[in-house]
Design a protein around this ligand. Structure first.
Ligand code: PMP
Length: 388
């Protein structure tokens, strides 16, 4: 039987998107593909809510999108402030340092966010070139409010970089309204396309900062000098080449962005919230502890939950696989073996989450955990059925 993939990316993809992957590969300079690429760039600006932003579509994973932002905006000796709510915040520090940044890391305690006061105090200490932070850290399931942080960055004349790998198309992002200078993601999460695309939108301010560089970009593949002419050409529906684009993935990207924009980003995010709230209620009904300290800072794209006391986590996940449901283990090194993660983004439905809860309950019963079976399903249903 086909198993339900409920990890926080790659996710279950829409049949139309998978169909697009399977179409005969066009040339990257064929007129129909140029159109697809151009459309995808335009649709990205809608999803990012960045009408004057510069989109980039490049073959690579989300980490390449982080690398690209750092490579193009950092020069040796620049000060960079990194706000970390987990594993991926810590990764951003390493990436920025690779390009010679002097980084300061503000690290939240596990399951919490860094306060705005702490961030502002740090910004007062020196002239930071960039402030990098994660919207949803997939290792902790913690949701950060980007708007006040990007406003603070602006107030202190720093560029803001938002890692939106686990949030773009799943949480509201108003890149231009909020003044975020770079918002980046990978294809395999809420954007709903198999892994392999690094997606990024840069503000005009970020592009100007890049143009003002004194030194060359320290990464050949990620250098916007190579990619900006390509994006500009496709925007004008002209053929162009720097590195062969992953054409099938881009055909699939257009298909998925069309689905997202046809539904409407606001409605889509609302759906994510509704499912997340119902899932959180189900987890609460089982008396399981979530990693985010409060539901107000819990992501709507995934949930990170501690295994119950005395339960062998690996055995629980193995039993769920026997029930055809795949969830993810922990990722944050400090607590890796103590928790699990369930993705609920993209084309996910209430049915999918009820299947997860059913499999979770059966696994827990089989492992001797004592609770009333059906409780989480009931909590999910009653929360989900509440009027908006
Ligand atoms: N940032 C966040 C928040 C992520 O969740 C991930 C992937 N889980 C990444 C960055 C890195 O993306 P990728 O695995 O596609 O390189």
């Amino acid at each position: 039987r086909r198993k339900l993939l409920m990890i926080p990316g790659p996710i279950e993809f829409e049949p139309d998107v998978l169909q697009a992957m399977a179409t005969p590969t066009p040339s990257h300079v064929a007129p129909n593909f140029i159109e697809v690429f151009g459309n995808s760039l335009e649709l990205m600006k809608k999803v990012w809510m960045a009408p004057t932003g510069q989109p980039f579509i490049v073959a690579g994973s989300g980490t390449l999108a982080m690398d690209m932002a750092a490579a193009n905006l950092i020069e040796k000796g620049d000060d960079a402030l990194v706000i970390s709510t987990g594993y991926f915040g810590d990764r951003f520090k390493d990436i920025l340092e690779r390009y010679g940044a002097n980084t300061t890391l503000l690290k939240a305690t596990i399951g919490d966010v860094v306060s705005l006061e702490t961030i502002e105090q740090e910004l007062q200490k020196k002239q930071y070139k960039v402030v990098a932070f994660t919207h949803v850290d997939t290792s902790t399931g913690v949701l950060v409010a980007p708007e006040p942080i990007s406003k603070l960055a602006k107030k202190y004349n720093a560029l803001s970089i938002l890692d939106g790998v686990c949030s773009v198309a799943g949480e509201i992002i108003k890149q231009e309204d909020w003044g975020v200078d770079v918002v980046l993601t990978g294809s395999q999460k809420a954007i709903g396309v198999p892994p392999g695309l690094a997606l990024l939108v840069a503000s005009q301010k970020a592009m100007n900062a890049w143009k003002d560089r004194k030194s060359p970009v320290g990464n050949y593949y990620a250098d916007w000098n190579n990619w900006l002419p390509i994006m500009t050409a496709y925007k004008k529906r002209q053929p162009s080449y720097f590195g062969t684009p992953p054409v099938n993935l881009i055909v699939a990207l257009e298909a998925s962005l069309k689905i997202i924009c046809t539904e409407g980003i606001t409605i889509r995010v609302k759906k994510h919230k509704k499912l997340a709230k119902a899932f959180q209620a189900a987890i609460n009904a089982l008396n399981l502890k979530k990693i985010p300290k409060t539901d107000a800072i819990a992501a709507h794209t995934l949930s990170a939950v501690y295994f119950p006391e005395g339960i062998d986590g690996a055995a629980m996940r193995a039993k769920m696989i026997e029930s055809d449901v795949i969830i993810a283990g922990g990722l944050l090194p400090e607590i890796k073996s103590t928790y699990f993660r369930v993705g609920h983004m993209g084309s996910v439905s209430a049915n999918d989450l009820l299947a997860v809860l059913g499999a979770l309950e059966r696994a827990l019963v089989e492992l001797g955990h004592s609770f009333e079976p059906g409780k989480s399903l009931q909590a999910f249903q009653s929360t989900y059925l509440q009027p908006n």
